[in-house]
Structure formats: structure tokens, C-alpha cells
Design a protein around this ligand. Structure first.
Ligand code: RNT
Ligand code: ZN
Length: 417
């Protein structure tokens, strides 16, 4: 049976429940996923003095073929993008600046250090997102940055964040699509603090200074990313969820929720509907925590589907900015991007092929038997046939055939580095 024939059969099955499959594919095409560049090189970046990864995050594995230059990283991203259906965005960190062999301190970074990225994004019709890098640096060696007791250190990081917002503004202006500039800091303590308030007061003041700098909001959107715990900050993290939720609501900023930054059984899917009642937009770092914030490659698991369902059934595709955040160096890094991003898109498609309005009505009617029965039956509806047809239509490999492209790329390019 051809892809098209299988698709037609699937379509009939879904249409019986009022799901318009063709419309779903049209909508899906327009949903951008922000793909994090740092999966390609284990968050190394291109600074002249490379610092060891710090901030309580860790990349494990030594799979060969890691990108070590901007050209290699862009080439790897292009390969992954050629295997992922749709038009997407690339998420950069400040450490990916290109300074032509010159050492430029992070607080002195300028748009010109990202010209090559912008040129490349234009050529590939990609949007760009951005992050200041407040880790892997001697001024973050004790795990404190914007909340540091030392004013000089705070000042340095404040200036770095302001410089980053200006770079974000430049991306947005050049590319005609606003850049999401997200601030994540590692600040916290390994052991039980004797004062939780003072560091939070300092973080609040630092953020106020960062956001006081004039940056055009139609080109740059600010986000702040919370966390519950990290390696070395097990007992206390300054930028907790409540801290940033309050800050974001009061100051009209976006909360960024990383799916690995909560208690292991606490889910981000359950937060979206609550938060969107009070803020217009929010951002995600979709990751996969395995027992802790381990940043495994995103798989099509229950929580990913639930997350996608919450976005789709609440009609929030324009309100939730979806980004990815995982780093696995134990497998081919281009495959990691491909698997994780295809899964995110699959989850959105799955959610769009769910008869959400009907299921909502069942709940309103108190018909929980049919609600459960249908949710479960839909898990084995011919979703794969629609996904395969979509990949084919979008000009990317169908099913696991994308692996062949990775294998040749690995042999011809990655292993020769
Ligand atoms: C760390 C945060 C943060 C980083 C990236 C590299 O716990 O999730 O988003 O992963 O900025
Ligand atoms: Zn994150």
C-alpha cells in the first residue's frame, strides 16, 4: 500500500471523530521548534579560552565526531534540519560568538560577533533565539552570578545579560522574527542555606537592571528560566519557579519552564493552563529528566504527549514558544537532534489528531468512562500513517530511513574531523 493510501485510510478513521487531518498538517507546518545548538558540541562553544562546563549541568559520553568549529556546527545543524519536517529556529548561547581569534569578554560581546550566524540563518530561512552564558567561566566558579554577594561580579553578569539582549534584538531585526533571549543562572547552594532571602533580593535587583536597558520588544522577547536543583545546588536555587513566576508576572516577562527543572514527579504539562490564565505567553525547554535533570534526548513518552495536548487543546500554539534542551554525547549528536525534534513534532501531531473538543465535552458531561476509553483507544489509531505522509510531503525521510543519511554523514564528515 502506498503512503498516500495508508494516509487516506487513517484520515477516514480520524474524520469519523471530527478531526480534520489535512487542516492539522497545515497548522503543524507552521509551528516552529527552537533547536538548541549546544547538543552539537556538548555545550563547548567557541571562546578563545575554553572553560570546562560548569553550573551544575553535565554532558556525559564520548561519541566521536563532535563539532569543534562554527562551520562544523552549522553543517551538522543543516544535516539535522534536512531530516526534520518544517521550518524551525536555532537557539544559540553567548559562548557561540565568533571573535576572529580575539579574546572578547562576555560583557563586551556585540552583534558583530554573531554576523556569521545571522548570515547563515538568512540563507537557511531560520529564526534565531539566544541565551547569555552564565556558567563555564571564572567569574561563575563558585556557582553564583547575578545573586553574587560581590558587586563587581554581579555587575559583570548584568552587563553580559544586557549585551545579550542587544544581540537578541539584532537577531530579531535582521531576521524579521523576534528572538527569545532566555536568562538561566546556576546560582544556588549545595547545603541548607542560612539565608534564602538575601540572594533572591540581589537577583531581583540584578534583573531590574538588566531589563532597564532599552531593547526593542518587537525584536527581542525576554524570558527567565527557573530551576529546582542542580549538581552542587541541591539544597537551594535562587531562581526558583515561584521567584521567576512572580517576577515575570509583575514585570511582563516570559517564564521559561524546563521540563527537567522540577521535582521528578511534577509535570510541566499541568502548569501550562494555569499559567496562561495570567500571562499571555510562556516558553519551554523540552527535555527528558531521568531521575534528575539529566537532559536525555526527548522521546515520545506520555509526558511529551500530555505537554503537546495541553498546548493544542487549549489553542495555545501561538502562546507557547517551544524550545528543546538536551545534551547527550553518548550517541551521534546529529541523530540526537533529529530524534528529539522529530519526537516533539510527532507529539504535536498526535495532539492535533485527538478529538479534543469531543473529549472535553465528555468531561463536562461527567462521562468519565467514555473519556478514558477513547483516550486509550486513540493511542493505537493509525497515527504513524499520518506522520509518514507528512514527512514525505515535507520532503524529509519517512520512518527510520533518515538513519541512512546520518550513517553516511558520520562516515564522510563527522569521523574525519
Ligand atoms: C540548565 C538549563 C539551561 C541550560 C542551557 C545550556 O539546567 O536547563 O537551559 O541547559 O542554557
Ligand atoms: Zn533549560
Amino acid at each position: 500500500m502506498s503512503l498516500k493510501e495508508s494516509y487516506e485510510i487513517a484520515k477516514t478513521a480520524y474524520e469519523k471523530w471530527g478531526v480534520n487531518v489535512d487542516d492539522a498538517l497545515e497548522i503543524l507546518k507552521k509551528v516552529p521548534i527552537s533547536i538548541h545548538c549546544w547538543q552539537g558540541d556538548d555545550i563547548s562553544g567557541f571562546e578563545i579560552d575554553q572553560h570546562e562546563l560548569s553550573g551544575g549541568i553535565d554532558v556525559t559520553g564520548n561519541y566521536p565526531g563532535k563539532a569543534t568549529t562554527p562551520e562544523e556546527l552549522r553543517s551538522d545543524l543543516e544535516k539535522a534540519l534536512s531530516l526534520i519536517p518544517g521550518k524551525h529556529r536555532v537557539n544559540l548561547h553567548a559562548i557561540y560568538a565568533e571573535t576572529n581569534g580575539e579574546k572578547v569578554e562576555r560583557d563586551k560581546l556585540e552583534p558583530k560577533h554573531f554576523e556569521n550566524w545571522v548570515k547563515w540563518a538568512k540563507e537557511n530561512k531560520l529564526g534565531l533565539d539566544f541565551n547569555p552564558t552564565l556558567f563555564s567561566h571564572e567569574k561563575a566558579a563558585d556557582g553564583l552570578t547575578l545573586s553574587h554577594p560581590d558587586e563587581e561580579i554581579r555587575e559583570f553578569w548584568i552587563n553580559h545579560c544586557i549585551a545579550s539582549r542587544k544581540i537578541g534584538e539584532y537577531f530579531g531585526r535582521e531576521l524579521g522574527t523576534p528572538c527569545l533571549t532566555n536568562i538561566w543562572i546556576p546560582d544556588g547552594y549545595k547545603d541548607v542555606p542560612s539565608d534564602r532571602l538575601t540572594p533572591r533580593k540581589r537577583l531581583k535587583e540584578s534583573l531590574d537592571q538588566i531589563f532597564a536597558a532599552d531593547v526593542n520588544e518587537s525584536h527581542n522577547i525576554d524570558a527567565i528560566e527557573s530551576k529546582l536543583f542542580g549538581i552542587g545546588s541541591e539544597s537551594y536555587v535562587v531562581g526558583s519557579h515561584e521567584f521567576y513566576l512572580g517576577y515575570a508576572l509583575r514585570n511582563n516577562k516570559l517564564c521559561l519552564l524546563d521540563t527537567g527543572h522540577f521535582h521528578p514527579t511534577e509535570t510541566v504539562s499541568n502548569k501550562i493552563s494555569a499559567m496562561l490564565l495570567y500571562s499571555d505567553k510562556l516558553a519551554l525547554h523540552v527535555s527528558r529528566p531521568v531521575r534528575w535533570d539529566s537532559d536525555h534526548v526527548v522521546t515520545l513518552d506520555d509526558e511529551l504527549r500530555e505537554l503537546a495536548l495541553e498546548i493544542v487543546r487549549n489553542d495555545a500554539l501561538d502562546q507557547v514558544m517551544i524550545g528543546l534542551d538536551f545534551f547527550d554525547a553518548s550517541i551521534n549528536r546529529v541523530a540526537a537532534w533529529t530524534i528529539g525534534t522529530r519526537n516533539m513534532i510527532k507529539a504535536l501531531l498526535y495532539a492535533m489528531l485527538t478529538p479534543n473538543d469531543y473529549l472535553k465535552q465528555l468531561q463536562e458531561d461527567g462521562n468519565f468512562t467514555e473519556r478514558l476509553a477513547l483516550i486509550e483507544e486513540f493511542k493505537t489509531y493509525p497515527f504513524g500513517a499520518v506522520w509518514d505522509y507528512y514527512c514525505d510531503k515535507m520532503g524529509v525521510p519517512v520512518k527510520e530511513t533518515w538513519l541512512d543519511a546520518i550513517k553516511s554523514y558520520e562516515e564522510d564528515v563527522m569521523l574525519n574531523r
